[in-house]
Design a protein around this ligand. Structure first.
Ligand code: 5GP
Length: 192
């Protein structure tokens, strides 16, 4: 496995004069591995004897969900939603449109929403209300990243990977214009 700091696939951003749009590493690949394993163990304990349904929010959560699910020692099931928020490229407005809805019925299910990053919390707030209306037995949220101090709503996150400072980040599923999702670390985006 590659270590943080070495050149990464697709970007050559390992601090060796690669992509000028990328700044410092905010969360290293090693830190991601450790924390995802911890979150998986926590979920395994909390949901013992149950079969939670992981609901991934596309596209940003796909890599986190993939690794997280393999760290959960339970018969999990998967579904995905895709949402798009109206607003500028790097700021959400809170108006959310469902691009792809779930395939499965949530009635009576123990749902864990898997999110990449919670910034204002507006996207999650919308999702929570939308999914709660479908009658799940329980609904919790597992967010890989929480941006420090910017939440406009009470986010009520059961599982949080890392709290990060207010910089725009890419990697490990997170993009800018579909790029950088395959970085194995969370990296500050300093481009325009
Ligand atoms: P919120 O509604 O909480 O303000 O925004 C959440 C969504 O905005 C995330 O699911 C993600 O799609 C996008 N987002 C927020 N911050 C970042 C960031 O630093 N990098 C990337 N790539 N997307 C972000």
């Amino acid at each position: 496995m590659s270590e943080a700091g070495q050149a990464r696939p697709g970007t050559d951003a390992g601090g060796d004069g690669g992509d000028a749009n990328l700044g410092r590493e905010v969360v290293t690949a090693e830190q991601l591995r450790t924390r995802v394993a911890e979150l998986g163990a926590e979920i395994t304990r909390d949901y013992a004897g149950r079969a939670p349904l992981l609901v991934g929010v596309l596209k940003g959560a796909f890599m986190f969900m993939s690794d997280l699910s393999r760290a959960i020692d339970l018969p999990v099931e998967f579904d995905f939603m895709a949402v798009s928020s109206y607003g500028s490229a790097t700021r959400t407005s809170g108006v959310v449109r469902i691009i792809k809805d779930l395939d499965l019925d949530l009635t009576g299910r123990d749902v864990i929403v898997v999110e990449d990053i919670v910034d204002s919390g507006l996207t999650l707030n919308y999702l929570r209300r939308n999914l709660m209306a479908r009658g799940p037995a329980s609904l919790e949220v597992c967010a890989l990243l929480l941006r420090e101090g910017l939440q406009k709503t009470d986010t009520d996150l059961r599982y949080i990977g890392f709290t990060i400072p207010p910089a725009f980040v890419v990697g490990y599923g997170l993009d800018v214009a579909e790029r950088y999702r395959n970085l194995d670390a969370i990296v500050e985006y300093v481009g325009t």
